[in-house]
Design a protein around this ligand. Structure first.
Ligand SMILES: CC(C)(COP(=O)(O)OP(=O)(O)OC[C@H]1O[C@@H](n2cnc3c(N)ncnc32)[C@H](O)[C@@H]1OP(=O)(O)O)[C@@H](O)C(=O)NCCC(=O)NCCS
Length: 167
């Protein structure tokens, strides 16, 4: 899989990957509103245009087609990066692409000079994502119970991280 910056022509495809509020929030967190719009994606991309960039908005490609998306949010001052908004194209899930793509993002995040901690948030019922992150070496640091309201339900958020080369 090739990992590169998300392109203009990927945005409509990405917006089509989430068919309900639940699917959208599971992927992108509680701050997003359903349906995902090109303007919302554009706002994420805009954060990546600083120097140094505060957010890498990335695409995973297989034979040219968009099959994965993910973002790396960078806190250069503290040497902390966060993986966010990771997704595999709906028709390609469960076939090992998540492991390849997220593994690639882990390496990319730690290749940024000064980054020693890589963290992420995941809703605890997201079995595929939890399994994937634990297999990649992320350690669960805690759970923010009942942290998000989605429709009539309340969801728990787990915090995971990998720390390398800490003092
Ligand atoms: C979470 C997601 C990125 C995982 O990617 P994927 O390509 O489907 O995952 P993989 O095929 O690489 O599998 C990763 C692991 O999860 C397991 N897994 C896959 N689907 C699963 C499921 N539905 N339930 C439980 N485990 C599952 C796999 O067996 C594998 O574990 P293993 O290495 O022990 O065999 C993908 O399912 C997705 O895009 N989901 C919707 C968006 C989302 O929830 N993003 C995460 C936000 S935190």
């Amino acid at each position: 899989m090739r990992i590169e910056t998300l392109r203009d022509e990927d945005v409509a495809t990405l917006c089509g990957w989430f068919d309900s509020e639940e699917a959208l929030v599971l992927w992108g967190g509680q701050d997003l509103r359903f349906p995902l719009t090109p303007a919302a994606v554009e706002a994420m991309r805009a954060e990546g245009r600083g120097e140094p960039p505060g957010r890498l908005v990335l695409a995973g490609r297989d034979d040219g087609a968009l099959v994965a998306h993910g973002q790396i949010v960078l806190d250069h001052r503290h040497g902390v990066a966060r993986l966010a908004r990771l997704a595999i194209a709906p028709e390609r899930r469960g076939a090992g692409l998540g492991r390849v793509f997220v593994g690639g993002l882990v390496e990319r995040a730690f290749a940024v000079p000064g980054i020693v901690r890589l963290e992420l948030n995941v809703f605890t019922q997201n079995d595929a994502a939890v399994r994937l992150y634990e297999r990649l070496g992320f350690v669960r640091e805690g759970v923010r119970r009942s942290s998000v309201r989605v429709g009539d339900a309340r969801w728990n958020t787990a915090i995971y991280a990998i720390v390398r080369d800490a003092d």
